[in-house]
Design a protein around this ligand. Structure first.
Ligand code: GLN
Length: 214
C-alpha cells in the first residue's frame, strides 16, 4: 500500500514536494481545506512566505487539524518557511500558529549579501553522502529545547536541520536539488505511524526462519 502524504498547498514551493513524493513512490495529497487531511499519514509544509502561510493556515481553519495530526504521531516535515511555521518562537515576536517544535527561529538569517546560496551539508543520520542544500532567504534555528535533536549545522555552528520526535524541519530546500532522503525518512516514519504492528511482525520473522535452519 502506498503511503499518503499531504503537502500544504496554500502558497509557496509545494509542487516540488509533490513531485519528490511521487518520485519515491509515495502518494502526495495537496491540502487546501481541513477535509483534505482526512486519511493522510504525514504532512509537508513547504517553503514560501511564512507570514502569508501563517495567515492562510488560520483563515482556512487548518491549525487545529494539523495539530491533531501531529499529536496522533504522524510525521510532519517543514522546509524553510515551513520550519518557521512549525517553530514555537519566531524571533521578533510574530505569533506562532503551529508551535510543534521547541525551537526559536530567526527569519532571513543570512542577510542580503548571502540571500541565497547552495552548499554541501553533512547530515549524519542520512548517511555519508552530503546533502546538496539550497538556501533561499532562509531561517536558522537560534535556540533548541531539550527534546530537540540537531540533524545538521553549517560549518560556523548555526543549526539548519532539527528533529523532535515526529517533527522534522530544515532551513534549506532538498526538493529543489533532487535530494530525496528527507522525503524517504518522512515516508518511512509515516508508514510506521500508519501500521505500528508491522515492526512486531518483522521481529518474529527471523525466529521462524531460524527454525528452518537458515
Ligand atoms: N524568507 C521566507 C520567510 O521568512 C522563507 C523563505 C523560503 O521559504 N524559501 O518566510
Amino acid at each position: 500500500m502506498t503511503t499518503r502524504i499531504a503537502v500544504l498547498a496554500l502558497q509557496g514551493a509545494f509542487a516540488e514536494h509533490v513531485a519528490t513524493l511521487r518520485a519515491i513512490g509515495a502518494e502526495p495529497v495537496e491540502v487546501r481545506l481541513p477535509r483534505d487531511l482526512d486519511g493522510v499519514e504525514g504532512l509537508i509544509i513547504p517553503g514560501g512566505e511564512s507570514t502569508t502561510m501563517r495567515r492562510l493556515i488560520t483563515r482556512w481553519d487548518l491549525a487545529q487539524p494539523i495539530l491533531e495530526l501531529a499529536s496522533s504521531g504522524a510525521p510532519i516535515y517543514g522546509t524553510c518557511a515551513g520550519m518557521i511555521v512549525l517553530s514555537r518562537e519566531i524571533v521578533g515576536g510574530e505569533v506562532p500558529v503551529l508551535p510543534l517544535l521547541d525551537v526559536a527561529v530567526e527569519r532571513n538569517a543570512f542577510g542580503r549579501q548571502l540571500d541565497s546560496f547552495e552548499t554541501e551539508l553533512d547530515v549524519p543520520v542520512l548517511g555519508d553522502t552530503p546533502v546538496h542544500a539550497v538556501f533561499i532567504r532562509a531561517p536558522v534555528i537560534s535556540g533548541v529545547g531539550p527534546g530537540v535533536d540537531v540533524m545538521a549545522t553549517l560549518p560556523d555552528g548555526r543549526i539548519v536541520a532539527v528533529r523532535q520526535r515526529n517533527i522534522i524541519a530544515t532551513s534549506f530546500h532538498p526538493e529543489l536539488a533532487g535530494e530525496t532522503r528527507f522525503h524517504r525518512l518522512l515516508a518511512t516514519m509515516a508508514a510506521e505511524h500508519a501500521d505500528p504492528g508491522e515492526g512486531v511482525g518483522r521481529r518474529q520473522y527471523p525466529t521462524r526462519r531460524s527454525q528452518h535452519g537458515r
